[in-house]
Design a protein around this ligand. Structure first.
Ligand SMILES: Cc1cc2nc3c(=O)[nH]c(=O)nc-3n(C[C@H](O)[C@H](O)[C@H](O)COP(=O)(O)OP(=O)(O)OC[C@H]3O[C@@H](n4cnc5c(N)ncnc54)[C@H](O)[C@@H]3O)c2cc1C
Length: 519
C-alpha cells in the first residue's frame, strides 16, 4: 500500500483533513492539480464552530490576528438602515468566538498549510487524479504527475476534497442532483467609503436582489457580493465599472470607490451528492454539496465534514475500530448538507427573486421584520446557533445514544462550552481549551468513577468532576443533571450520556456503536 489515505484536493477541506490525519499519525498523501495555493479570497466568513476547531488545531491565534471579527449585520433597504442583527451578544455564552471572523479563504488555506508543514505534511502540487479503480482492500488511483507521466498508486481510502467538479465523485458515478440558479453573482474586493457601518456586515436589499458588504482587513477595504443586474447578465466581459451604477442606485450615492483589486462573476448551483461514501471513497466539502453563499456556510461546512471524518478514519486505519464506524460519516453529514441546501435555497430565493412582489417584500417587510425579531433573545440565540454552526447536531445519527431529560444536552449534541472546576479546590477551567480532541472524554457529574472503566489503550480519558458550588451553578445553567455522565467524542459531540455511570454500558457503547476493538 502506498498510502493509507489519498486526499484529492488541497482546498480548505483537504487541508483540514490532512491536518487532522497528520495530528493522529495517519499516513496520507495530499495532492492538488494546481501549481500552488489559490490566490483569490473566495469564502470570507469563518464561523464560530470552525474557530473552535482551529483552537484545537493550534491556529486560532493566527486566524484572529489576521482576521477581523464582524459583531453584527445591518439591514438596509432603499438606502435607509432598517434593522441591526447583533451577533456577539447572543453568542457570548455559547462559544469563546461570538462573531463571524472575516478572513479570506486564501488566508485560511495558508494558515492550515503552515500548520500541516509544522506537522511534517505537505501538498503535492501539479498532481491530478485521473482514474480510480476500487478493489476489496484498496483503491488503485492513477495520478498525472508534475512531469506529465501517469503513475498508479494503491491507497486504502480515498477522500475526494476536490471541489464542485470532483473527479472522485464522477469516477465513482455518484450522482450530483440539483440545478443552477438563473441569477449571476459578482464578487469584488474594493477600497471605498460609503454609508456602511464600519467593521460589520452590511446587507443592502433592493428590488432586484441584494448587495452584501463584508469588512476586510485594512482601512476602507470591503468585499462586495451581489447580483449582476438582469440587463447585464448575458455579458462575458463584465467589469466592476458596469455594476457601479446599480450599487450607487441601491446602496446610496455616497459610495466613493478608490480601487478594485479583484472582480469576478459566477453562477451558483444548489446540489448535493447522492452518496457521501462509496466503498473506499468519500466526498467532502464542495465535492459533496454546493449551495448559495447566503449565510457564509460553504467553506465552513467542508471543514466540519473533514473534522467529522478524520477521527473515525484514523481509528479504522490504525486498526482500533472496524470499518463500519465510517458509515456514520455519511449518516451524520448528509442530513446537515441537505438541511443547509434547503435553508440557503429558501433564503436565497427570498433575497433574489425577480418578482415585483418579492422586491416589495424584500425592501419593505423583510429588513424591518428581521430587525424587530432580533430584539427577542430567543430569536437572536436561534439565529446565532444556525449561522455559527454551533447548533449543528447529530441526534438522529447512529452514534447518538443515552437517556436524560429532554431539556438536557443529548447524545448527538455538540457538548456545550463550559468552565468547570476539574480539581477540588482548583480554579475553573475552560473545557474547550483543556480537553484535547485526540481522545474521548468521559465526564462524571455527582458521582465517582466506577471501578473497571475501560480505556481502550488510552482512547478514553475519564474525569470525575468535583462537587463544587461554582460547578453546580454552571451545570444547572446548561441543564446538565446533577448526577449524570457524558461521553464526549473527539470532535466535541456527545456520544453516550445517562444518569448513573457503569463500566459495562461504556464498554458496550464502544463495542457495539463505535465498533471499537479491545486492545
Ligand atoms: C467566487 C466565489 C466566492 C465564494 N464566496 C463564498 C463565501 O463568501 N462564503 C463561503 O462560505 N463560500 C464561498 N464560496 C465557496 C467556497 O469557496 C467553497 O465552499 C470552498 O472553496 C470549498 O472548499 P473545498 O476544499 O471543498 O473545495 P475547493 O476550494 O474547490 O478545492 C478543491 C481543490 O481540489 C483540486 N482538484 C480538483 N480536481 C482535482 C483532481 N482531479 N486532482 C487533484 N486535485 C484536484 C482543485 O485544484 C482545488 O484546489 C465561494 C466560491 C466562489 C467560486
Amino acid at each position: 500500500m502506498d498510502t493509507d489515505v489519498l486526499i484529492v484536493g488541497a482546498g480548505p477541506t483537504g487541508l483540514m483533513l490532512a491536518n487532522q490525519l497528520a495530528r493522529r499519525g495517519v499516513r496520507h498523501l495530499l495532492i492538488d492539480r494546481h501549481d500552488g495555493p489559490a490566490r483569490e479570497t473566495r469564502a470570507l466568513g469563518v464561523q464560530a464552530r470552525t474557530l473552535e476547531i482551529y483552537q484545537k488545531l493550534g491556529i486560532v491565534g493566527r486566524a484572529l490576528e489576521l482576521g477581523k471579527p464582524g459583531h453584527g449585520a445591518n439591514l438596509w433597504a432603499n438606502g435607509v438602515l432598517k434593522g441591526h442583527v447583533p451577533l456577539g451578544d447572543a453568542g457570548r455564552e455559547i462559544t469563546p468566538y461570538p462573531y463571524i471572523l472575516i478572513l479570506g479563504q486564501d488566508d485560511n488555506e495558508r494558515i492550515m498549510g503552515e500548520r500541516l508543514s509544522a506537522l511534517g505534511g505537505a501538498v503535492r502540487w501539479n498532481t491530478e487524479l485521473v482514474a480510480l479503480e476500487q478493489r476489496a482492500e484498496r483503491v488503485a488511483a492513477t495520478l498525472k504527475m508534475p512531469d506529465g507521466t501517469a503513475r498508479t498508486i494503491q491507497a486504502a481510502w480515498v477522500a475526494g476534497c476536490d471541489g464542485a467538479h470532483s473527479a472522485v465523485r464522477e469516477l465513482n458515478a455518484i450522482a450530483f442532483p440539483g440545478a443552477p440558479y438563473e441569477q449571476v453573482f459578482f464578487v469584488a474586493d474594493v477600497e471605498m467609503t460609503g454609508t456602511m457601518v464600519p467593521d460589520e456586515v452590511n446587507v443592502y436589499l433592493w428590488k432586484h436582489g441584494f448587495h452584501l458588504f463584508f469588512p476586510m482587513r485594512g482601512t476602507d477595504h470591503w468585499r462586495i457580493v451581489g447580483i449582476v443586474p438582469p440587463a447585464l447578465r448575458g455579458s462575458d466581459t463584465l467589469a466592476f465599472d458596469a455594476v457601479v451604477p446599480s450599487l450607487r442606485g441601491e446602496a446610496g450615492s455616497a459610495l466613493a470607490f478608490k480601487a478594485c483589486s479583484w472582480f469576478s462573476t459566477y453562477r451558483i448551483h444548489h446540489r448535493a451528492a447522492a452518496e457521501f461514501r462509496k466503498g473506499r471513497c468519500f466526498v467532502l466539502g464542495d465535492a459533496a454539496h454546493i449551495h448559495s453563499p447566503v449565510g457564509a456556510q460553504g467553506m465552513n461546512t467542508g471543514l466540519q465534514d473533514a473534522y467529522n471524518l478524520a477521527w473515525k478514519l484514523a481509528l479504522v486505519v490504525q486498526g482500533k475500530a472496524d470499518a463500519a464506524l465510517i458509515d456514520s460519516y455519511a449518516a451524520e453529514r448528509m442530513p446537515v448538507a441537505q438541511s443547509l441546501l434547503r435553508s440557503t435555497d429558501e433564503g436565497f430565493r427570498l433575497v433574489v427573486s425577480d418578482s415585483a412582489f418579492a422586491g416589495l417584500l424584500r425592501t419593505q417587510v423583510v429588513a424591518r421584520l428581521a430587525g424587530l425579531a432580533m430584539k427577542f433573545r430567543r430569536v437572536q440565540l436561534a439565529a446565532f446557533r444556525a449561522v455559527s454552526q454551533t447548533g449543528i447536531g447529530y441526534r438522529k445519527g447512529p452514534l447518538a445514544d443515552g437517556t436524560l431529560p429532554d431539556d438536557a444536552p443529548q447524545g448527538g449534541d455538540r457538548f456545550p462550552w463550559l468552565k468547570l472546576v476539574m480539581q477540588s479546590g482548583g480554579a475553573a477551567e475552560d473545557l474547550f481549551a483543556t480537553l484535547d480532541d485526540l481522545r474521548f472524554h468521559l465526564l462524571a457529574f455527582g458521582q465517582a468513577l466506577p471501578f473497571g472503566l475501560p480505556d481502550f489503550g488510552g482512547l478514553v480519558a475519564a474525569h470525575a468532576v468535583p462537587d463544587d458550588a461554582a460547578n453546580d451553578a454552571v451545570l444547572a445553567h446548561a441543564r446538565i443533571p446533577h448526577r449524570s455522565f457524558y461521553l464526549i467524542r473527539p470532535d466535541g459531540y456527545v456520544g453516550l450520556c445517562g444518569g448513573t455511570l457503569d463500566a459495562d454500558s461504556i464498554a458496550s457503547y464502544f463495542h457495539e456503536t463505535l465498533y471499537v476493538r479491545d486492545r
